[in-house]
Design a protein around this ligand. Structure first.
Ligand code: E4P
Length: 214
């Protein structure tokens, strides 16, 4: 399973990259707004750190404007993946960009049929937002499961990128279902490597050793 970090913060990206297990980065307009930096400049900086796919979301919502903004973003670096909202115009832009060899990440996916349509349009990634579905008492991981089945039924090659991940249990469920990628905040990436019994056990080992040998 590939692991992306979901942030536009350069320090967090560097910290995750230094762990040696980072495959890519996703950003969105809200994450960039938090950083208060021009989007294109930050994307250049991120691409200087991470060699894998870096998702860059368009601000435009109308087909032609999405196309030209997507093409501009794609010029920033070879690993840029143009992130488009899963709307009617977004799917149309996905098809046009994919036909030109530009990779796309179809974001804000909340139902399995959206995922089927973006796969038909040639999307490289689809981003089902599982945490936001859980927030409204729907089953986010069930959506991942439905998409996995549909993609396997028909041999769609679009990768399932589980997004809006809130905790390690989400990751576990996505990994069990067979999501191809997960994009995760740094805090949750760290939680994936921790357990209270690991800390307690280590403390005990060191205390025993200290007692015996000083
Ligand atoms: C994914 O690409 C999105 O940026 C992200 O996962 C959204 O997560 P949120 O629901 O925590 O904002």
């Amino acid at each position: 399973m590939e692991l992306y970090i979901d942030t536009a913060n350069l320090d967090e990206i560097k910290e995750a990259h230094d762990l040696g297990i980072l495959d890519g980065v996703t950003t969105n307009p809200s994450l960039i707004a938090k950083e208060g930096i021009e989007y294109g400049k930050r994307l250049e900086e991120i691409c200087g750190v991470v060699a894998g796919p870096v998702s860059a979301e368009v601000i435009a919502t109308e087909y032609k404007a999405m196309l030209s903004e997507g093409k501009e973003r794609a010029k920033i670096a070879p690993q840029i993946v143009v992130k488009l909202p899963t709307t009617v115009d977004g799917v149309k832009a996905c098809k046009a960009l994919s036909d030109e060899g530009i990779k796309t990440n179809m974001t804000l996916c909340f139902q399995a049929m959206q995922a089927m349509m973006v796969a038909k349009a040639g999307a490289f990634l689809v981003s089902p937002f599982i945490g936001r579905l859980d927030d409204i008492s729907q089953d986010g991981t069930e959506l991942i499961s439905q998409i996995r089945t549909i993609y396997d039924n028909y041999g769609f090659e679009t990768k399932i990128l589980a997004a809006s991940i809130r905790h390690p249990k989400h990751m576990l469920e996505c990994a069990m279902i067979g999501a191809d990628v997960a994009t995760v905040p740094l805090k949750v990436i760290k939680q994936l490597m921790q357990h209270p019994l690991t800390d307690k056990g280590l403390e005990q080992f060191l205390a025993d050793y200290q007692k015996a040998f000083g």
